[in-house]
Design a protein around this ligand. Structure first.
Ligand SMILES: C[S@@+](CC[C@H](N)C(=O)[O-])C[C@H]1O[C@@H](n2cnc3c(N)ncnc32)[C@H](O)[C@@H]1O
Length: 467
């Protein structure tokens, strides 16, 4: 199959692998949690941050779990003011940093591909086996997008290029052809497992189909009614997103899908998800990512308002409020185990570390469960235990070490769990390898020397290993 060649490709080809994992840090003051609950990371999310890092941060929890990805990235028209800003270790790419990509930039197509490539790779990792990805695009980069998607997702997994009519006629300034449409390119993670696609039709939907009038002006009018004038240029109408999300890609149940939009803008995708849930009682979830500072004042604010109700809205459901909730997150420190506790004693939570080590060790997301002796749940075929606390003093104590008594209890629990193989993550062990092997336990040293970082160990046992 022909492949794309572009400046920077050798450097970005595997860049997604070296992007550090970061924590997702909840900002309760900007969240709208379900009534009576604290905001958590299991429900709807709005993440403020660059999507390259945000998508990586989502992997330990959501790899292979996202049903529908919709993205509306910069079209690279030369008027969007975006800049290539990724931390790729190559002098050619560093020379691009921070420079706005305008229409005269001779390397603008290379820059765009360098920006999109690692993001599409991460999006593919997040997609479930029955998942689909839809990408909005216009004439500017559609041909390069096709080639990049064919290479990353596989041309066999290409479904369709949906034509979307974005306006209704040219203007006096048109010199050549009048362009009235854009595209939504659709790929599956694995097209062969999708048995059919249908859109359940109701009389209202048939009427809307024949009278379809929702263009970019509709999107602007809709956003104006929620946030006032000039809040955001060219938002998509929420009906475009509802139309996409109403499609049922069998065997996925489209009323319970997890939807990811990592170029969130004004939050249209979240609006559509909440509107559909309100209309049919569904339980769709959304994850949005927006890098600009308006992630709070625009993206999240639109979602807050549609949840609570928009007094001036024509749509009755929107006027009353669509209901729902979300958690607002920032990106935290990189999950660099070598630096845990290193600066100002900070370390990630037990839950974050459990998900991170499970994903990095097994390539599977952790199915969380509760239990004794640091039981964290299952990752693929494994049962996972983590002896860890975000408390330096505890990490230096004997309790943080795997000893024979604890190991025997863990082995007994694994037997009762169908004899599953066990991974135990801890800062050290106070028992020999032979005993671990006999018990069917794989010991995984947390990949950093807690004791070295925490000091001379004057308060307790420092990394004693009886092996
Ligand atoms: C074309 S707009 C999306 C509009 C959106 N579909 C709507 O209806 O409002 C693209 C958005 O992606 C955001 N964006 C661009 N690069 C990003 C990145 N690296 N990470 C996260 N967001 C990004 C931009 O700030 C902008 O808000």
């Amino acid at each position: 199959m022909p492949t794309l060649d572009f400046k920077g490709k050798p450097f970005v080809y595997s860049h997604h692998l070296s992007v550090p994992f970061r924590e997702l840090v909840v900002d309760a003051s900007k969240s709208v949690p379900p009534a009576g609950e604290a905001p958590g990371l299991d429900g709807n999310l709005i993440i403020h941050g660059d999507n390259l890092e945000a998508l990586k941060a989502l992997l330990p929890r959501y790899a292979g779990k996202v049903d529908v990805i919709y993205i509306d990235p910069p079209y690279n028209t030369g008027n969007e003011g975006w800049a290539y800003n990724d931390n790729v270790n190559a002098p050619q790419l560093k020379a691009w940093l921070g420079k706005t990509v305008d229409a005269d930039d001779m390397e603008r197509h290379d820059k765009w591909l360098c920006m999109m490539w690692p993001r599409l790779q991460l999006l593919r990792e997040l997609l479930s086996e029955t998942g689909v990805i839809l990408v909005s695009m216009d004439e500017t980069e559609i041909s390069l997008l096709y080639s990049a998607m064919d290479e990353i997702f596989g041309s066999d997994n290409r479904f369709e290029n949906i034509i979307w009519k974005k306006r209704y006629g040219g203007g006096p300034k048109e010199k050549f052809f009048v362009n009235l449409h854009e595209y939504v390119l659709v790929y599956a993670k694995s097209k062969s497992v999708i048995t059919k696609i249908d859109r359940p039709l109701t009389p209202e939907k048939i009427e809307r189909y024949y009278k379809w009038t929702d263009d970019t002006q509709t999107g602007s009018a809709e956003l104006r009614s929620i946030l006032g004038p000039d809040a955001f240029p060219y938002p998509k109408p929420s009906s475009l997103l509802s139309t996409i999300l109403e499609a049922k890609f069998h065997p996925t149940d489209n009323a319970n899908v997890l939807v990811l939009d990592s170029f969130a803008g004004s939050g249209t995708t979240a609006h559509a998800v909440l509107a559909l849930n309100k209309a049919d009682g569904g339980n769709r979830k959304f994850i949005l990512v927006e890098t600009e500072d308006y992630a709070d004042a625009l993206t999240a604010e639109r979602v807050r308002r549609v949840i609570k109700g928009v007094p001036g809205a024509k749509d009755a459901a929107l006027k009353d409020g669509l209901g729902g909730s979300f958690t607002f997150c920032e990106l935290g420190e990189p999950m660099d185990m070598e630096r845990f506790f290193a600066e100002d004693g900070k370390a990630p939570s037990w839950d974050q570390v459990a998900r991170y080590v499970a994903y990095t060790a097994t390539g599977e997301t952790l199915t969380r469960a509760e239990g004794e002796d640091g039981f964290a749940g299952h990752a693929g075929p494994y049962r996972l235990h983590l002896l860890y606390r975000d408390d330096p003093k505890w990490m230096r104590s004997n309790d943080a070490m795997l000893d024979l008594t604890t190991a025997e209890r863990i082995a007994a629990a694994a037997q009762a769990d169908g004899g599953k193989p066990v991974l135990v993550f801890a800062a050290g062990k106070l028992m020999g390898q032979r005993a671990l092997t006999d018990l069917g336990i794989t010991f995984c040293q947390l990949p950093y020397s807690v004791h070295r970082i925490l000091g001379d160990g004057s308060e307790g046992v420092a990394g004693v290993d009886a092996a």
